[in-house]
Design a binder for this molecule. Structure first.
Ligand code: ZN
Ligand code: ZN
Length: 148
C-alpha cells in the first residue's frame, strides 16, 4: 500500500509536487495525441480530485499547451518533462503522469480502476498483453472521478 502524501517532479527538479491521496483512476492511453505529445507508444495518466494536488515549487516554470483534443497539457519549460493535464470534459478532476512520481511510486489506485483507453488508435506495431480492461475509446467520469 502506498502511504500518502507522495511526491514527484520533473527531470531537472524545477517543478515539484505532492499528491495527498490515491488516484481515482489510472489510464494507459494509446491515442495518437498522447503518442506524439509524449513520444511514447503508451502514456499513463492518473486522475485525482483537484484538491488532492499541491505544486510545491516551480509552478511558474510550467508551460501550458492546448492540443487539438482540447486537453491542456503542462510541462516543465526547462527540461520538457510533462507533468499534468486538464480536460474540460472532466472539470471535476485533473490528471497527472504517475511515471513522474519519485522512485517509481504506485499512485495508490485500486486495481479495478486501471484501464487501457483509446486502444483502437494504437500504433500498428505496438504489442501489449495484460489482463487490464481495454476500451476502444475513453472512459467516462464515472471511472475518472470515483474517489477510492
Ligand atoms: Zn524540469
Ligand atoms: Zn491519449
Amino acid at each position: 500500500m502506498t502511504a500518502f502524501p507522495i511526491t514527484g517532479g520533473c527531470i531537472c527538479g524545477s517543478v515539484r509536487y505532492t499528491v495527498k491521496g490515491p488516484a481515482n483512476c489510472v489510464v494507459h492511453c494509446h491515442c495518437s495525441q498522447c503518442r506524439h505529445g509524449l513520444a511514447s507508444l503508451v502514456v499513463t495518466g492518473a486522475t485525482i480530485d483537484l484538491n488532492q494536488m499541491k505544486i510545491d515549487k516551480g509552478e511558474e516554470n510550467l508551460t501550458t499547451c492546448t492540443i487539438p483534443s482540447g486537453v491542456r497539457r503542462q510541462f516543465c519549460r526547462s527540461c520538457g518533462c510533462s507533468l499534468f493535464y486538464f480536460d474540460d470534459k472532466f472539470p471535476e478532476v485533473m490528471f497527472y503522469y504517475p511515471a513522474t512520481l519519485d522512485g517509481g511510486m504506485h499512485p495508490g489506485h485500486v486495481k479495478e480502476a486501471e484501464h487501457h483507453v483509446f486502444v483502437e488508435s494504437k500504433a500498428g506495431w505496438e504489442a501489449f498483453e495484460d489482463s487490464l480492461p481495454k476500451h476502444a475509446k475513453g472512459v467516462g467520469i464515472a471511472a475518472l472521478g470515483k474517489s477510492e
